[in-house]
Design a protein around this ligand. Structure first.
Ligand SMILES: Nc1ncnc2c1ncn2[C@@H]1O[C@H](COP(=O)(O)OP(=O)(O)O)[C@@H](O)[C@H]1O
Ligand SMILES: [Mg+2]
Length: 429
């Protein structure tokens, strides 16, 4: 079978790598891919944009692609699935209607309320005056969220009313374009965040292993939010009992209501959860696609062939699919970023040492790289996701950090404390 993967990050490199593991996938094409996918056997990159639906459809039809897997949220929200389905191309990823669960936080919140899914209390506003009056009345801490897609920059967890007011003014002032002309103002939750990536065919939903990521740039989970600086799975915080509760109280009601609304959702439903100090799961947000970097730590532990699972979702036969099989052990990932990220940073730095880093079985997923005549160069803020599987977290992280010490590029930055909650040596920070 031939598969086309849409996207160019670490998530898409991990998807392509996993799909190639079984002999059934003869060829993968990444649109546009990166330096990592370019180097995979039986894998090619083509230089089309992720929003070039016509080009992607034409390629898929001419080359008999039997499955398109969409990585990022932007083409999903723009309707890539609707476009490909119209041409009878099998695609893993929800339609534009389903992708609203990520593309509009107000829409998602309304869905959660209707389905009685536990989540932070929230009110939606369409103008700055009313929003400001509300935060003044509520007091801080309080959370201000731009409604639409804002590349991970649309949320402010405001410690003071002044900070919340500033966020409201910036959002309605056009900082996020149309995405910020509606805001959701939310109760501030405390606890630990976990990511549950679940796959669904619109009728049945199955969670993958729970993961935790580190969103902030600085050691001790401080500083600006990023796309994710590292992750690990399985997150021990999510016991089998808690996962069963998440399935019953969150995942199943979400899919049932989507279906009731006539939305045929086939793809990943990703629940970003806060586990409150009392141990209750509450939804912070839903995403409509695989998480990045969570995918990089979940897929290496999956024993079930990924293409079989994704096809079962696309062909709506997940109920009959055998239980997912997982490798024992722990998977750790640390992101190597460019100095300055998530602010301004340089691209084009020459990267060396990846072969040496991979010699002991470490997986180096490329997040932002490109092959140039002079060699492999950085091409994004997050550059590499260095990943290892071992019997336990201490060994997995030790392997990742040893591998990172072999990798060089100008301005390389990574956090030294990824996994501090699950590493003995970093048990308390
Ligand atoms: N209600 C909330 N209480 C506390 N923290 C929150 C809340 N909502 C969001 N956050 C924090 O802000 C981050 C980003 O919010 P999220 O809703 O996931 O938006 P996005 O990922 O689209 O930026 C979350 O990962 C979490 O750390
Ligand atoms: Mg989020």
């Amino acid at each position: 079978m031939k598969v086309l993967v849409v996207g160019n990050g670490g998530r898409e490199h991990a998807l392509a790598w996993k799909l190639l593991e079984s002999g059934k996938v003869k060829q993968i094409t990444c649109v546009p891919g990166n330096g990592g996918t370019a180097a995979l056997p039986r894998c090619q990159n083509i230089a089309l944009g992720v929003n070039d639906f016509e080009g992607i459809a034409r390629f898929a039809l001419v080359n008999n692609v039997s499955l398109v897997v969409v990585g990022p949220e932007v083409p999903l929200a723009a309707g890539i699935t609707n476009y490909l389905q119209d041409q009878k191309i099998p695609v893993f990823g929800p339609t534009r209607q389903g992708a609203q669960i990520e593309a509009s936080k107000a829409w998602a919140k309304a869905l959660m309320l209707e389905a009685q899914i536990p989540t932070a209390k929230a009110v939606v506003f369409n103008n700055a005056e009313a929003a400001t009056a509300y935060v003044k009345a509520q007091g801080a801490p309080i959370v201000v969220k731009a409604d639409g897609l804002a590349a991970g920059k649309g949320v402010t967890v405001a410690a003071t009313v002044a900070e919340a007011e500033q966020a409201i003014a910036a959002s309605f002032g056009g900082q996020f374009g149309a995405a910020g002309q509606t805001v959701v103002i939310e109760e501030c939750l405390t606890g630990q965040e976990v990511s549950i990536l679940a796959v669904t065919d619109g009728l049945t939903i199955r969670p993958l292993l729970p993961a935790q990521d580190h969103k902030q740039i600085g050691v001790g989970d401080t500083g600006a939010n990023t796309g994710g600086m590292g992750a690990y799975a399985p997150a021990p915080l999510v016991t089998p009992e808690l996962l069963a509760r998440i399935q019953r109280e969150i995942l199943e009601p979400a899919i049932a209501l989507l279906r009731h609304k006539g939305i045929d959702y086939r793809g990943v439903l990703y629940a970003g959860l806060m586990i409150t100090p009392a141990g209750d799961p509450k939804v912070i947000e839903f995403n409509c696609r695989f998480g990045d970097p969570e995918t990089q730590v979940v897929l290496p532990l999956l024993s079930t062939p990924l293409e079989d699972l994704l096809l079962a979702c696309v062909e709506q036969r997940l109920a009959d699919f055998p239980p997912l099989e997982w490798k024992a052990g722990a998977c750790a990932c640390v992101v190597a970023a460019a100095e300055g990220y998530p602010g301004e940073y340089q691209k084009g730095a020459l990267i060396t040492g990846i072969n040496a880093a991979e010699a002991d079985g470490t997986l180096v997923f490329h997040a932002g790289t490109q092959v140039k005549p002079q060699g492999l160069v950085s091409d994004g803020g997050r550059v590499l996701c260095v990943t290892a599987v071992a019997d336990e977290f201490d060994a997995a992280f030790a392997q990742v950090y040893a591998a990172l010490s072999q990798i060089h590029f100008d301005g390389i930055y990574f956090r030294s404390d990824i996994g501090h909650r699950v590493r003995r040596s970093h048990a308390v920070l």
